[in-house]
Design a protein around this ligand. Sequence first.
Ligand code: SPV
Ligand code: MG
Length: 431
Amino acid sequence: MKTVYTCFCTDIIHEGHLNIIHRGMEYGEVVAGILTDEATIRFNRFPAVSFEERVAMVEAIEGVSRVIVQKEVTYDKVVQQLRPDYIIHGDNWKEGPLRFLRENAKKLMEETGGELIEVPYTRSREAIHKERVQREKLAMPEYRRKRLRQLLKICPIVKSLEVHSGITGLIAEKTIVETENNLEQFDAMWISSLCDSTVKGKPDIELVDMTSRFKTIDEVMEVTTKPIIFDGDTGGFIEHFVYSVRTLERMGVSAVIIEDKTGLKKNSLFGTEVEQTQDDIAHFCEKIRAGKGTQLTDDFMIIARVESLILEQGMEDALKRASAYVEAGTDGIMIHSRKENPAEIFEFCRKFRRRDCHTPLVAVPTSYHQVFEKELMEYGINIVIYANQLTRSAFPAMERTAKDLLKYHRALEADAKLMPIRQIITLIDEL
Ligand code: SPV
Ligand code: MG
């Protein structure tokens, strides 16, 4: 009996899948691989049902003789272990990011003398509707809010991208790339005070009020499903912060990060070049406790941001504060630095992790941009935030276009560098 392998990364079984199984049975015994959550989210949406349920769903399909776990996006390991005579897949992988998987499977079958079978991938209107409902559900507050905690359990490092509008939200939501033998996408979104202010032409000094900041969140939420980490600046007065926690939690935001500064806040990347005051530990702990005491679900996270390295208060102060904030109930620590290399971040992580191996750590590698995610991971960082790169890439591009229009007195020269009109009008999906 020949072995036919097919991989499932779906949480909905429809006639397209059944067709693949039935066609597979014509060639031999069908073994189905279930992609783990960790691998699924590298290119697909977050699964709406658990891994165990997905296994049970596929096991129940008549014609599936055995179910195995596929831990990697690519087929290499499975092919090595199972040595299938055939890999069978729907022909929907000929386009988009799945093309990469098709190439991978094709190459492996050629190398091992196997064969790739592609069957027309069919979906009824009902199945299309069901898929859309599952996707849309991910955007609902009760599903979205808890996602960051879920991701922390399954991702070696949660990759977050700065967004400040519907369109940047779509970029964070949809961008998928091939890397060495893998597919990659962002896990979460960061709503930065710096960028949210900058796009409004305002300085990053808590001038843009919370109501406007919430409006940005809403715009992003309208068109995305990924979890949101909100830059809450200092959190403001404790009496105000508790209201913000309630609003953010109700909206479905997953986490707020508040920094231990007080008075007129300036952007951390100015460091000690401008006057900035660090809050005292007891007061900041009170803010954390007030926030934690206000939230209604176990999903929402309040992450404390330690500014000691930014304000040159030393490593011991940073560590002392981090411990105090954990004691006060924070759900994570963001350690920030404006140094041009990650040495002090690494030192902090090493020392912090000696005492605490559970509390999630967050890093924002803006000034120490040479650091790889893998290195951050090795030092115990759980969330990496690319805090301003989208805004910083958009601004020079727009400025160049404005200059070209002025310089050439027409649009032709500028156009060469622009997204084609056809693409921009089809960029947004219609319901
Ligand atoms: C932001 O993105 O607004 C931040 C990070 O707070 S930083 O600009 O580095 O302070
Ligand atoms: Mg900020």
